[in-house]
Write a protein that binds this ligand. Sequence first.
Ligand code: GMT
Length: 381
Amino acid sequence: MKIGIVCYPTFGGSGVVATELGKALAEKGHQVHFITYSQPVRLDFFSDNLFYHEVSVSDYPLFEYQPYELVLSSKLVDVVKYEKLDLLHVHYAIPHASAAYMAKQILASQGINIPFITTLHGTDITLVGKDPSFEPVITFAINESDAVTAVSESLKEDTYVNFPNVKKDIQVIPNFICLEDHKSENNQCHKKMYAPNGERLLIHVSNFRKVKRVEDVLRIFDVVRKKMPAKLILVGDGPERGNIEKLCRELNTCEDIKSLGKIVNPEQVLSIADLFLLPSETESFGLAALEAMASKVPVISTNSGGLSEVNKNGFSGYMSNVGDIEDMAKNAIHILKDDATLNQFKINAYEQAKKFDIAKILPMYEKLYTEVLAKNKILVK
Ligand code: GMT
């Protein structure tokens, strides 16, 4: 199949999922074309059948806001037509689904039928999407998609609740992990750099947006370090970084915290960690938690959104109500209190991650593509 993938090229989970999906499809022999405004950060792998088409937005002084959606639609028309794509798969509804709809209509006027699949990722529905000014366009684009998927049951439900006029059947295809990529061994030399005296190593990875509640990470860590020697690694960057630096000074924890900034492939640093903290306000799925579990790191998370479909309470980690720092700290201390308990949770975390192995999830997307093409009577050569 010749598949066009539209996504955000940044560090966010939706871009990571879209890129890893494209890479895996290319490895299986499909021809994959990424169409976005810069090279996706995880697109670090090249093959004959992987292509990247840049959408460049002109900087005309009249435009206070650049019309990205229009140039994306035009680019889609061009790539579909000249690369003879069979289908488009757009990740994140805003503005990718409506841009794909526009491209589909333009191509239809030229006698070309291009089906498009929309994958909903989370904040397009739960945060940004709830803004009433987006509602009519998102509802329309979802209803007009040839197929729609959501990354968790919870996100599927949220979509029907937040967008009551969505009538489309939404299929859940969970996010996935390539276990092969998480084979880095727990390197004791690396671990010593961050925990020189055998301290427990806690980690948080996110884009430091308000929804991640990174302040809770620091408060949980503060309770844990009063009970046992511990260090915290922060990976990622974003709008909350300044507040976090301020809070670590207030709590007097800065010397036990290392901020590593943005890391393209966090597997190496995850492999030396003992516990992952994800106290988010909401997560449609929590890909960062799954990546941690694939690296044998148990997870302390909230129970909001789709997290309970990923983290298994009392097995791969624990879940608490949003903001219940005391409970999250208590659970963290329980997991970290002795090596035997920690090792059991590490084994369990990996077992849980296996449920989301790419080998199980990729065929679900391929089946969906085949069904959509068959419905559109498109024969793939
Ligand atoms: O988590 C973010 O803020 C980034 C966001 C994105 O769209 O890139 O992540 C969302 O999609 C990920 C991949 O499907 C999910 O694992 C995240 O849970 C989801 N984030 C939220 O729902 C807050």
